[in-house]
Design a binder for this molecule. Structure first.
Ligand SMILES: [Zn+2]
Ligand SMILES: [Zn+2]
Length: 243
């Protein structure tokens, strides 16, 4: 009976030994897991849920899963940080670009205002009447040969009036002008002398050849316009003494 009891005790001891050995292995395994999971301590500071670390038999497996999860979180946090930095850079660039745009808009407005001002001044200048102060001298109003007043009546059909329209030399080197009547008289005089009618005659003042073509008079348009503007009272009727 006693022997039986001892045998039971031995068996029980053996089981305890087996259990102890098993526990030793578990402890060794846990220690190993703990050593491997060192980096998680860093993660623990970020994540409070790490206090829920499982301490079960398959702690090794759970710890690895937990570590993976934490690593994923770190990666995510880092990515979010990078995204936040990139966002700040983009926002900063956007603010700068907007400021630049405002600057350019301001410059454009200033340029447009300047252009508008210049256009307004040009318009004003164009609206201003062109006042020309021109002193009419005796030589402008009278033929240098016959000393008769010039006519400015280009519309007249009366040959006796048209005779007093100023005729300008057609020569490039002579700018003298006479009444058309004097040019015709000169042509007639030359025809009597040479017994032939010349188409072109010399200037009566400077003798430049091909100055006047009596049949196709080149009227002195500028002088006629000035005389008209000056309300020049040109001879309207035959008032010159007969020669
Ligand atoms: Zn004349
Ligand atoms: Zn001349």
């Amino acid at each position: 009976m006693l022997k039986q009891s001892i045998s039971k005790k031995d068996m029980a001891l053996d089981r305890k030994d087996t259990e102890i050995a098993k526990k030793d292995r578990e402890i060794a395994s846990l220690q190993e897991s703990l050593n491997k999971s060192k980096p998680i301590d860093v993660v623990d500071m970020i994540d409070n849920t790490s206090s829920k670390r499982p301490r079960t038999e398959d702690a090794s497996k759970s710890t690895l899963a937990f570590q993976h999860e934490q690593n994923q979180k770190i990666v995510k946090i880092k990515e979010e940080k990078i995204v936040r930095v990139e966002k700040r850079v983009v926002e900063s660039n956007l603010i700068e670009a907007r400021a630049d745009l405002e600057d350019v808009r301001g410059q454009k407005e200033a340029a447009e205002a300047g252009l508008k001002n210049i256009r307004a001044r040009i318009d004003d200048a164009n609206r201003m009447p062109k006042v020309i102060s021109f002193q009419l001298k005796y030589e402008h109003t009278h033929c240098g040969t016959c000393l008769t007043k010039f006519s400015a009546d280009t519309d007249s059909k009366d040959e006796e009036i048209r005779k007093f329209l100023p005729v300008l030399s057609a020569s490039k080197t002579c700018d003298h002008y006479f009444c058309h009547g004097c040019v015709l008289k000169r042509q007639a005089t030359l025809a009597e002398e040479d017994d032939k009618v010349r188409k072109w005659i010399q200037c009566m003042h400077c003798r430049t050849i091909t100055s006047f073509c009596p049949s196709e008079p080149k009227y002195h348009r500028l002088l006629i316009d000035i005389l008209k503007q000056a309300k020049w009272t040109a001879p309207q009727i035959k008032e010159e003494p007969n020669e």
